[in-house]
Design a protein around this ligand. Structure first.
Ligand SMILES: Cc1cc2nc3c(=O)[nH]c(=O)nc-3n(C[C@H](O)[C@H](O)[C@H](O)COP(=O)(O)OP(=O)(O)OC[C@H]3O[C@@H](n4cnc5c(N)ncnc54)[C@H](O)[C@@H]3O)c2cc1C
Length: 405
């Protein structure tokens, strides 16, 4: 078994293959120099923890030995030869496979304006280290993009005492994935923390000289700053699959078992798109930590012959200051929103489809206050429940009780 990409999905799949009883050889190939590590801390604690950031290793050398997994770091896979059942490595002999998993993730989308080469991005541990050095009192950081990465970065930069201007092209923050009311709560908090937020604002170009950078905005304003970071989304790593002739559809296209059209090649995590049964077979590509883990497990099962479809409820979280945001399901499938006030500044929105089915829940609140309720909402979504609307709105009605109904 060969796994390409030693990130969350790849490392999890390698472990799962062994845990699920596979006794043969498992090789995990990745192009980064580090052991497989967690990405979520890179925009959070890795930027703020003193004295030095440390990678949170998922699969330590001890666990690799225990599970009999060979991890080849620093090794880029250049091509897949499907007919010969082998992969071509940058600096080594070809490596044969019986079953192959593509867990190549995504890379940070780059700005395309003039001067964009001077903008940093945040995807890897080395990116986080480079960025962290720029977050200091007296430094002015311009963040381009008001999505999760941009906002988490803004919170971390403020925690380190840097001045922050955040520039977003859309009329509001988190426009892609988060309902407007919840996004507004986060926007208000960032403003209170001193982040200058400019929405509906484009970048014309970036100038750089010995004194630093300046961004020319679509409004005509010129913003001088010490560092620029672009958090404008991620692009799935599909090059290998495309060159091997596999179908691409906003990611490596897989079926519900995470198999590509080649029965010996699977894909998992940020790099793939898959049909989801809960949403009428709608094809999704999720850039989310839990999805990468769950799909790693599911792909391992598929590689070992399981026919079980992947059907986990999409789930995402973000931490900014003491606030946690969690989203279960797909809010854009909802036609009606019912709000439950959880107290202590915490709020949970239920999103119902036209037929009353609960399709998503989005919540924000301090200190993990929302976690338990989102977990229960997630179980209701998985059950395809059509809960009573008055009960959803009433915080004295326990969600656990609705689950039993
Ligand atoms: C800064 C940051 C913060 C995040 N925060 C959150 C969060 O708060 N909550 C949440 O739910 N999700 C979060 N995520 C998303 C989550 O981390 C990702 O969804 C998850 O890491 C995806 O795992 P993956 O294994 O699919 O891809 P990755 O973790 O990207 O791993 C893919 C690996 O494959 C390697 N690779 C690619 N091509 C090749 C090749 N040809 N040869 C060899 N190796 C190759 C890459 O270098 C990489 O190491 C965050 C992501 C980032 C970047």
């Amino acid at each position: 078994m060969v796994v390409i990409g030693a990130g969350e999905a790849g490392a999890r799949a390698a472990m799962a293959l062994r845990e699920q009883g596979f006794a043969g050889k498992i090789t995990l190939v990745g192009d980064e120099p580090h052991g497989p590590y967690e990405r979520p801390p890179l925009s959070k604690s890795a930027l703020t923890d003193a004295p030095e950031p440390r990678a949170t290793i998922i699969l330590t050398p001890e666990r690799q030995a225990e599970h009999g997994i060979t991890h080849r770091s620093h090794t880029r896979v250049l091509a897949i030869d499907r007919a010969a059942h082998q992969i071509e490595l940058a600096d080594n002999e070809p490596l044969a496979y019986d079953r192959l998993l593509l867990a190549t993730g995504a890379s940070a989308r780059r700005l395309s304006v003039e001067g964009a080469d001077n903008a940093l991005t945040l995807r890897t541990f080395d990116d986080a280290r480079a960025l962290r050095a720029r977050l200091r009192p007296g430094q002015h950081v311009a963040i381009i993009g008001g999505g999760f990465i941009g906002l988490e970065l803004a919170a971390a930069a403020r925690a380190r005492g840097a001045e922050v201007t955040l520039i977003e092209l859309a009329p509001r923050l988190l426009a892609r994935a988060v309902p407007a009311d919840i996004a507004a709560i986060l926007a208000a908090r960032h403003a209170t923390e001193g982040v200058r937020i400019l929405t509906g604002t484009g970048i014309v170009h970036i100038e750089t000289d010995a004194n630093g950078h300046a961004i020319r905005l679509s409004t005509g304003e010129r913003i001088a700053c010490d560092a620029i970071v672009a958090g404008i989304g991620a692009v799935p790593e599909t090059g290998l699959a495309a060159r091997a002739g596999l179908a691409i559809d906003n990611g490596v296209a897989v079926d519900a078992r995470l198999a590509t059209e080649d029965p010996d090649i699977f894909a998992a995590g940020d790099c793939c798109s898959f049909p989801h049964a809960l949403y009428g077979g709608r094809r999704l590509r999720l850039e989310a930590w839990r999805n990468a883990q769950d799909q790693g497990n599911a792909a391992a099962a598929g590689m070992l012959g399981s026919e079980e479809p992947y059907a986990a409820v999409p789930w995402f979280w973000s931490d900014q200051y003491d606030l946690t945001l969690q989203i279960a399901g797909l809010p854009d499938e909802g036609r009606e929103t019912i709000t439950r006030d959880l107290g202590d500044g915490a709020r949970l929105d239920f999103h119902l489809a036209g037929d009353g089915r609960l399709v998503a829940a989005s919540a924000v609140g301090p200190n993990g206050r929302i976690a338990r309720d989102v977990r229960l909402a997630e179980m209701l979504i998985a059950k395809r429940a059509t809960p009573d609307k008055a009960a959803l709105a009433d915080a004295t009605v326990k969600l656990k009780g609705l689950l039993a109904g």
